[in-house]
Design a protein around this ligand. Structure first.
Ligand SMILES: [Cu+2]
Length: 154
């Protein structure tokens, strides 16, 4: 009697473990799938993305945020000109490819951290006055070396 009971008592947990493992595997596969889908989402201009996603309530701050992705290397920024509308919230995502750089703009007191190769920083400021303002790298003589660009606020 006892010997017969033992195997029956043991087998259900084993079957359960098998089922649990299957469930876990399915969940993992599903998660990986979701991750890959999200990753493969058309990379590209996030500026356009933001505009399209203005399903966000009108007047919300996100709706008028203009995003610019810049990379820096000796002695230039990947963007020479940034054009926005007066009142826009401007987001600067700076990544340094080579050397040590930052990004600063005259007139708005906006400046990223000083970054080394491989590092990035993101800052936001409101372009609350119109005009043309120079942005530049404030490291050593980089600005004089031509590490500059134009912020045009219309
Ligand atoms: Cu620099």
């Amino acid at each position: 009697m006892v010997e017969e009971m033992m195997p029956e008592g043991q087998s259900p947990p084993e079957k359960n473990n098998g089922k649990n493992l299957t469930v876990v595997v399915i969940i993992v596969i599903a998660l990986v799938g979701i991750y890959l889908l999200a990753k493969n989402r058309p990379a590209g201009d996030q500026v356009a993305d933001r505009k399209i996603s203005s399903q966000t309530p009108a007047g919300s701050r996100e709706a008028d945020e203009k995003i610019f992705n810049l990379s820096a290397k000796p002695f230039e920024f990947s963007l020479k000109e940034i054009r926005v509308k007066q009142g826009d919230l401007v987001r600067i995502n700076l990544t340094v490819e080579q050397g040590m750089h930052d990004w600063a703009v005259e007139g708005f007191g906006a400046r990223t951290k000083l970054l080394k190769a491989g590092e990035s920083d993101s800052i936001v400021f409101r372009a609350d006055k119109s005009g043309t303002f120079e942005y530049y790298c404030s490291v050593a003589n980089h600005r004089q070396m031509g590490m500059v660009g134009k912020l045009i606020v219309e």
